[in-house]
Design a binder for this molecule. Structure first.
Ligand SMILES: [Zn+2]
Length: 318
């Protein structure tokens, strides 16, 4: 409630100057500090499809991702779909994630799209995944909707929210959505044709894409709240992550962003907000902006998709 009020005030321009001190008294220092806060960035990685890719096996790819996180001193969150958990490799990998302090969260067993129909069946799919993850010490009842699809009807959305809460789950929102999976599809297709293909143009496109989307969503955060927030970026357990995540972290740091632990981001107050937008889902910031008359007109749906990136990659011949 307080946040909603703050965002209303921000849009009317009361924050960001001496006015805030007059309105909020003793809290003004905190609010002014927030208004100049550098954006935070937490790494979240979805799916955990551990199939081998060109250049790297699933195991080597995972080792590269975890080594990168360790080197940068950051703890991420992994949202795992049960269908990718084989009896042998996945438990070893998930134990590593847990031992190294990365949060493990639930991403359904089947990775299906939630349209809003059959919430009870969808909840069943969440619960089927739970025992495959709940034995790891770093498991938390954080839930990430596949495709960030939270339902196309108010009834389905709200019933699902009630079911998840009833089972102790919180929505593990994404604030910065990306199409990293599309860049990865293109890269893997290229490597299938030519294992020695030059990675540099793919690396550059990936970094530019992440920066562009992060800047866009941080702009939405500023428009909504009057300040940057602790973001969660959506990436996937794919070759692009294994190859380029370290460069991405370095880029964000060089450009003034704070790289933060995922657990910290999920505890931020903004993640408690409950957007009323339909279709429900997408980035949390997209969903909040969707119900803001001034911001809604500039939004595309879906927020992110390969179709937005394909022409740019085509033009570059990658
Ligand atoms: Zn997914």
């Amino acid at each position: 409630m307080i946040l909603v009020m703050k965002s209303e005030l921000n849009r009317r321009g009361f924050l960001g100057g001496v006015g805030a001190a007059a309105i909020f008294g003793a809290n003004a220092g905190t609010l002014l500090a927030q208004s100049t806060m550098a954006p935070g960035l937490a790494i979240t990685i979805d799916d955990f499809d551990l199939a081998n890719s060109p250049l790297m096996s699933g195991e080597v790819r995972d080792a590269a991702i975890r080594e990168c996180l360790k080197r940068h001193g950051v703890q991420a969150a992994g949202f795992v779909s049960g269908k990718f958990i084989d009896p042998e490799l996945a438990p070893r990998i998930l134990r590593g994630w847990s031992d190294e302090g990365h949060v493990i969260g639930n991403h359904t067993f089947s990775h299906t799209y939630f349209s809003g129909s059959d919430p009870a069946g969808f909840m069943e799919d969440v619960l089927v995944c739970e025992p495959l993850l709940s034995g790891y010490a770093s498991f938390q009842k954080l839930f990430r909707f596949p495709y960030l699809a939270e339902g196309r009807t108010a009834e389905g959305r709200d019933t699902m929210r009630g079911l998840l809460a009833g089972h102790g789950y919180r929505n593990a929102h994404v604030t910065i959505d990306t199409s990293d999976w599309f860049v990865d599809n293109r890269l893997r297709a290229r490597l299938k044709d030519d294992l020695g293909a030059d990675l540099a143009p793919y690396r550059q496109f990936y970094l530019d894409h992440l920066w562009e989307r992060a800047s866009y969503y941080d702009g939405l955060a500023n428009a909504l709240f009057g300040h940057s927030i602790n973001h969660t970026i959506l990436l996937h357990h794919r070759l692009t992550t294994a190859l380029f995540l370290s460069d991405a972290i370095q880029m964000f740091r060089e450009r003034g962003w704070r790289i933060i632990d995922a657990d910290k981001a999920f505890r931020s107050a903004e993640f408690e907000l409950v957007p009323q937008a339909l279709p429900a889902g997408q980035s949390l910031l997209w969903a909040l902006a969707r119900t803001d008359p001034q911001l809604a007109t500039g939004l595309r749906y879906p927020g992110e998709d390969g179709k937005y990136e394909a022409p740019k990659m085509d033009a570059l011949g990658i």
